[in-house]
Design a protein around this ligand. Structure first.
Ligand SMILES: [Cu+2]
Length: 250
């Protein structure tokens, strides 16, 4: 299988644990990989190897993907585990105490962990990670599958601490379904108005913009964004002073 040798090269050529983690997370999910997972599930049980690597004098084990052989010149430890599961899951499963271990939906948990490993999309990874954490905390699949479950709210200050007429930060990126909370800081009153010529098509500019202004420090304006794209916004009283911001929804 082509994928296996590629993954192997990636692992052997890397010397530091940090780089290795980086390399593993950046890996694309190839068609071969998807096929491999399916085959493993059919086979039932496969051998896993942990690659032994010396990192700054300490011995560390890195799990190799199911079916990957130990690279020549390296020491590996054999570990058998039920297939189709993410390597890290085996030990987690053994270490979790009942009754959680009994009630946890391991299939769903594993799907999420796999998504965390193979996806290159930050929002997909974040959502899968949150769902896995929720399942491990005892929540039901239905609960963690709610669209709002993995959503987050990012905060943007209106005015710098020294009264500067800026949004802090000026550029913010959120995942679709996330919310942004603007907090009136110093130098107000401020507000948030979106530029109707610089928001995604079909988004109602009036609906997402503020009518009024926030006068008191600590006042907030919260808006949820479901449509991906770029959103330019400004503070109406201070637009001339350059109080502009950019929101990116991915
Ligand atoms: Cu302002």
């Amino acid at each position: 299988m082509k994928f296996q040798s590629i993954a192997l090269l990636g692992l052997v050529s890397v010397v530091s644990a940090e780089n290795m983690a980086l390399q593993m997370t950046r890996r694309d999910a190839t068609e071969d990989e998807k096929k491999m997972t399916t085959q493993d599930e059919v086979l039932g049980e496969v051998e896993h190897y942990d690659l032994e690597v010396l990192v700054e004098g300490r011995r560390e084990l890195f799990p190799l993907l199911p079916g990957v052989q130990c690279p020549t010149g390296h020491t590996c430890r054999v570990r058998n585990s039920p297939t189709g599961i993410t390597p890290m899951m085996g030990s987690l499963k053994n270490n979790l105490k009942a009754p959680l271990a009994m009630s946890l939906n391991w299939g769903e948990f594993n799907n999420n962990m796999n998504t965390v490993v193979v996806s290159d999309n930050f929002c997909t990874r974040r959502s899968a990670m949150a769902k896995a954490a929720g399942l491990a905390a005892g929540l039901s699949v239905a609960a963690v599958s709610q669209p709002a479950y993995a959503a987050e709210t990012k905060e943007v200050l209106m005015g710098t601490d020294s009264g500067g007429l800026k949004f802090v930060p000026e550029k913010t990126t959120v995942c679709k379904g996330d919310s942004v909370k603007w907090i009136n800081n110093k130098g107000g009153p401020h507000n948030v108005v979106f530029d109707e010529d610089a928001i995604p098509k079909g988004v109602d500019q009036e609906k997402i913009s503020m009518d009024e202004q926030l006068g008191e420090e600590g006042d907030t304006f919260v808006m949820k964004f479901d449509e991906p794209g770029s959103y330019d916004f400004y503070c109406e009283p201070h637009r001339g002073a350059g109080m502009n911001g950019l929101l990116t929804v991915v």
